[in-house]
Design a binder for this molecule. Structure first.
Ligand SMILES: Cc1cc2nc3c(=O)[nH]c(=O)nc-3n(C[C@H](O)[C@H](O)[C@H](O)COP(=O)(O)O)c2cc1C
Length: 162
């Protein structure tokens, strides 16, 4: 990979320059316990059928648990949910929901209250994505508000509005 000044920027460094929203991808394990992690590799794939994807690291403790579920939810974080974004990105994963205000989507998958929006997804397909798995979900329910969104850019979280 070459930059304009002949430097060799890492892919991580280049992608850090690209602003994204921030989500919490969450599901329930076989015992019904909620688990989830912070994810910015979220994007829409198809409108008909309605498909979205997230990329989940093989190194993540959520990886195998998520691939074992039939349903998961994606909460799009609002501008004032920075603390939740960091909390769901830090180990250990146990207890992440303890201080969070959350409820269940129709499938039973956990969604964060006060989120900007959430999508209730049925597992559609899992594709090879190198050291990540590309998890494609079919959206079965969705809700949105007009609240400001949380943004991730160059390692920092900011809000799109007051
Ligand atoms: C803003 C932000 C975005 C992230 N996006 C992703 C992502 O798209 N995929 C991923 O696997 N990890 C992502 N992470 C890292 C995970 O949230 C982090 O490794 C987490 O501790 C994994 O939890 P787990 O091991 O309990 O699954 C992101 C972290 C942050 C702070």
């Amino acid at each position: 990979m070459r930059g304009s000044q002949d430097e060799a920027p890492s892919l991580r460094g280049v992608m850090g320059a690209y602003p994204t929203g921030v989500t919490i991808v969450a599901a329930r394990d076989e015992g019904g316990e909620p688990f989830g992690l912070t994810v910015n590799s979220f994007t829409s794939v198809s409108l008909d059928p309605p498909l979205v994807l997230v990329c989940i690291s093989h190194a993540s403790t959520s990886h195998d648990r998520l691939l074992a579920t039939e349903d998961f939810a994606v909460s799009l974080l609002a501008g004032d949910q920075e603390a939740i974004a960091w909390r769901f990105a830090q180990e250990p994963s146990e207890g992440r929901f303890d201080d969070a205000r959350w409820t269940s989507a129709p499938s039973g998958a956990p969604v964060l209250e006060d989120a900007l929006a959430w999508l209730d997804c049925r597992m559609h397909e899992v594709l090879d994505g190198g050291d990540h798995s590309i998890v494609v979900g079919r959206v079965v329910e969705a809700t949105a508000t007009d609240r400001p969104a949380l943004l991730f850019h160059r390692g920092r979280l900011t809000s799109t509005g007051p």
